[in-house]
Design a protein around this ligand. Structure first.
Ligand code: SF4
Length: 369
C-alpha cells in the first residue's frame, strides 16, 4: 500500500489519520507541532512518541517531501539557493535572502515555488522556458520553508511566493500551505509577512480580494503599455493593464492594505523616461509600493512572441536605472530599488533548474555540453 504523505495535512486531516491508526486525537496535535513547528523530517525525531508508534508511522506514512539536490551560497553570503528533488524526481527551487547590517542580518526572506515550471511564459523568465510540469502540493510548498530553516540554521522571517510558477494557478494548494505556514503551532509566520506575487490573473485576484485573506499581494507589472506587456508577458492579452490595475485598486480598498508592484527593468524595453512617467501616473491612484528590480540576465534568451527574432534581455546601465528610479520617485508612492542578490549563484527564478536539466537534455541528444 502506498504511504500516506502527512506534510500538507491540516489538523482535522491529521486527526482523522491518527484515529484511523487507532490513536487518540491528542497524538495528532503532537504530530502537528513536531511536523510544522519543529520541522521534523523523520518520525524518529518525534521523541513524544514511543518507538512502536514511530515504527507504525514509518510503515504507514511519510514525512519528508523534498530531498536537497544542490545548495549554493553567494560570495557575499547574503543569498542561498536550494534545488530540491521531489518524490517523483522533478525539481523545485527556493532562494533565501538576508538583509540587515553586515554579519547581523535581521530579515531572512525565503522565495518559494508554487509549481514545477510555469505555463505563463513570461519572456524574461528562465522558468517560462520549462512550461508547466505540475502543481506543487501543499506539503511541498510548506516543506520548502521547513527544509531551508533546517539547512540554513537561520530563521525565516518573511516568505515571498515568487519562485517557480504562477501561485494563483495553484490557488487552493497555495492558500492551504499559507495557512499552515501562519499557524501559531507551526512556523508561525505573520500573515502580513507572506507575499503572494502574481503575473496578473485578474479573476484570481478578485477571488483573493473577496475571500479577505490577510496575506499580502504583489503584481509583477513590468510594462506601462499593453503593447510592450503583450510582448513580454503574454498573459496581458487576456488581462490587460487597465483590468489588472482595477483589480489591484479594489484589493487595496477592500483589504485596506497596500499592494506591491514589481517592475523588472529591461534595457531598451521598459526603462525609458516615458515609461517612468507612465508608471508613476498609472499607479498614482493606488496605495502601493513600487519595487524596481534591475534584470538578472538568464543564459537562454527567449523568442519574442509574434516575432522571428531572438531578444536577449539585458540589465540597463546604472545611470539609466538611477534616472528611472528618480523619475518614479517624484510620484506619491514608495519606490524601492532591489538589486537581485546572488548574481553569482543563478539566483533568478528557474536558473538553477535550467542548469541542472541541461546535462540531462544534452545526454538524451547524445551531445556533450
Ligand atoms: S515570471 Fe513567474 S509567472 Fe512569469 S513565467 Fe516566470 S514563474 Fe511564470
Amino acid at each position: 500500500m502506498p504511504k500516506q504523505h502527512l506534510k500538507g495535512l491540516d489538523r482535522d486531516e491529521l486527526t482523522a489519520f491518527m484515529v484511523g491508526l487507532g490513536e487518540q486525537p491528542f497524538r495528532a496535535k503532537q504530530l502537528f507541532r513536531w511536523m510544522y513547528g519543529r520541522a521534523a523530517q523523520d518520525f524518529d525525531e518525534i521523541t513524544d512518541f514511543a518507538k512502536p508508534l514511530r515504527q507504525r508511522l514509518q510503515e504507514a506514512a511519510a514525512l519528508a517531501t523534498l530531498t536537497l539536490e544542490t545548495q549554493q551560497i553567494s560570495q557575499r553570503r547574503d543569498a542561498e539557493k536550494y534545488l530540491f528533488r521531489l518524490a517523483d524526481g522533478l525539481h523545485v527551487e527556493s532562494v533565501l535572502m538576508r538583509d540587515g547590517a553586515p554579519g547581523r542580518p535581521n530579515r531572512h526572506t525565503l522565495c518559494i515555488s508554487s509549481q514545477v515550471g510555469c505555463p505563463v511564459d513570461c519572456k524574461f523568465c528562465a522558468t517560462g522556458l520549462m512550461g508547466l510540469l505540475r502543481n506543487l502540493r501543499p506539503g511541498e510548498i510548506v516543506d520548502q520553508v521547513l527544509m531551508v530553516k533546517r539547512l540554513s540554521g537561520s530563521p525565516v522571517t518573511n516568505v515571498v511566493v515568487m519562485g517557480m510558477g504562477e501561485p494563483l494557478l495553484n490557488y487552493d494548494a497555495l492558500l492551504k500551505a499559507c495557512y499552515l505556514l501562519a499557524d501559531d503551532e507551526g512556523p508561525n509566520l505573520a500573515q502580513r509577512r507572506l507575499v503572494i506575487s502574481t503575473s496578473g490573473l485578474v479573476p484570481k485576484i478578485e477571488r483573493f480580494t473577496q475571500e479577505g485573506h490577510k496575506f499580502r499581494l504583489a503584481i509583477s507589472l513590468n510594462a506601462t503599455t499593453d503593447e510592450v506587456r503583450n510582448q513580454i508577458m503574454p498573459i496581458n492579452r487576456k488581462y490587460p493593464i487597465a483590468a489588472l490595475l482595477q483589480a489591484a485598486r479594489e484589493y487595496t480598498r477592500q483589504a485596506k492594505q497596500r499592494i506591491t508592484f514589481e517592475y523588472i527593468l529591461l534595457d531598451g524595453v521598459n526603462d525609458s523616461p516615458a515609461d517612468a512617467e507612465r508608471l508613476k501616473n498609472l499607479t498614482r491612484p493606488i496605495p502601493c509600493k513600487i519595487n524596481l528590480i534591475p534584470y538578472n540576465p538568464i543564459a537562454e534568451p527567449h523568442a519574442v512572441a509574434g516575432g522571428d527574432s531572438l531578444l536577449a534581455f539585458r540589465r540597463p546601465s546604472f545611470e539609466r536605472i538611477e534616472a528611472f528610479l528618480a523619475a518614479v520617485r517624484t510620484g506619491p508612492n514608495t519606490v524601492t530599488l532591489r538589486w537581485s542578490k546572488g548574481d553569482d549563484i543563478d539566483a533568478a527564478c528557474g536558473q538553477l533548474w535550467t542548469k541542472a536539466q541541461k546535462p540531462i537534455r544534452a545526454e538524451k541528444k547524445g551531445i556533450v555540453i
